[in-house]
Ligand binder design. Structure first.
Ligand code: NAD
Ligand code: ZN
Length: 355
């Protein structure tokens, strides 16, 4: 268990096996009723397990949204609100988010606005959700961009049952592990040494999963505790995301997963770092790891200008100059403005080098 401190309260992230059957034990307050939000894939796998733990002691209702990013929409948000009201959920109720990052973000945003904000608990069921369930950022998407409608609303608890991770498809394992790799690279050499040997195509043991998720969450929690509202060091978490987001948008969401974009983005950030700081980073190690784990490194023809424009649209870009998180060494991230000429030159070289 890790305790995450926020400016207003604190919550525990518990990681273990079979925790979904013990959900009720993690509920620390008296709630009038419980409303579970899950998606169409997770429902058939784990909803009954969670219900079996809650039913004896609580009035429980649930809603199932279609699986996929498109459910992080204002329409689905509104439908959930309507159902919650009809079920009689009130200010003293609890929402439980059962699912991956999509369900977590959506349910968190519902919780943050339902009757001006009620408590919620996350039960993450993907590896990527180790990232999304910690830090308190919740959001839905606008047609103009991802996560544009959101708020900060930390959960009361995070209950991570690693057994649920055995059913996620390989593409999602890859996507989630890219964020773990990111957490390791901005943290320390030893953590990266642990991750760089992981073969995602072989069955991961519960023990390995627990260790990697725990460390990943510790890194994220330490950063968000110091900087809840993303003024400064929280930006370190964007390592690999500047190009990653641009690739996701340019290739089309669904064509490449978030983590796959981040994986390639981290490679590029390493090259930019090597240029700016005149240093050598473990680029080849990361490249080999991504390749071994089938990250899509053979990108189609991309226009440099378009990618740079995408990078400038990033919520984090300042004064129209692209801002990137670089590494001075493994474990030493730094924020730099990268001017257009250098960016174009480095990006062109990088894309040529990838093929
Ligand atoms: P997701 O929740 O859409 O899950 C991916 C797919 O796996 C879905 O089809 C889902 O139904 C399925 N799935 C989930 N759990 C499963 C299980 N145990 N077995 C089988 N299938 C399962 O996506 P994700 O990758 O978990 O999260 C992505 C979302 O997280 C994005 O919306 C992103 O914006 C958000 N995110 C938020 C933060 C944050 O700080 N709030 C950080 C990173 C990402
Ligand atoms: Zn990310």
């Amino acid at each position: 268990t890790i305790t995450v401190q926020t400016s207003t309260n604190q919550y525990d992230v518990s990681i273990g096996k079979k925790l979904r059957f013990e959900t009720a034990n993690f509920i620390k307050k008296d709630y009038s009723s419980i409303f579970i939000i899950t998606d169409s894939n997770v429902e058939s796998l784990y909803l009954q397990d969670v219900l079996s733990s809650l039913k004896p002691n609580y009035t429980v209702n649930y809603t199932i949204v279609p699986a996929g990013e498109s459910s992080k929409s204002i329409r689905v948000y509104f439908d959930i609100m309507t159902q919650a009201i009809q079920y009689g959920l009130d200010r003293h109720g609890l929402i439980i988010a059962l699912g991956g990052g999509m369900v977590g973000d959506l349910s968190g945003f519902v919780s943050s606005t339902f009757m001006r904000g009620i408590d919620y608990i996350q039960i993450p069921t993907t590896i990527l959700a180790h990232d999304s369930s910690v830090g308190g950022k919740v959001a839905i998407n606008h047609p103009e961009g991802k996560n544009l409608i959101g708020s900060f609303h930390p959960p009361q608890a995070v209950i991570y049952d690693v057994e649920t991770l055995h059913t996620i498809p390989l593409t999602e394992i890859r996507s989630g592990y890219a964020e773990i790799a990111k957490h390791s690279l901005i943290h320390t050499e030893p953590f990266w040494d642990q991750i760089k040997v992981v073969n995602l195509k072989t069955l991961l043991s519960d023990e390995d999963l627990m260790v990697h998720l725990l460390k990943g969450i510790e890194v994220k929690a330490a950063i968000v505790e110091k900087d809840e509202r993303e003024s400064n060091i929280r930006q370190h978490l964007n390592f690999g995301h500047t190009l990653g987001h641009a690739l996701e948008a340019e290739l089309g969401y669904g064509e490449i997963t978030h983590g796959e974009g981040v994986g390639i983005g981290m490679l590029f950030a390493m090259r930019v770092s090597e240029f700016y700081y005149d240093i050598k980073l473990p680029y080849t190690e990361l490249f080999t790891w991504l390749k071994k784990n089938d990250f899509p490194l053979d990108l189609p023809q991309l226009q440099i200008g378009k990618l740079i424009n995408r990078m400038k649209k990033d919520k984090k870009a300042r004064n129209k100059t692209v801002q990137m998180v670089l590494l001075k060494s493994v474990g030493q991230p730094a924020i730099e403005l990268v001017d257009d000429n250098n960016l174009a030159m480095l990006l062109e070289k990088f894309l040529r080098e990838l093929v």
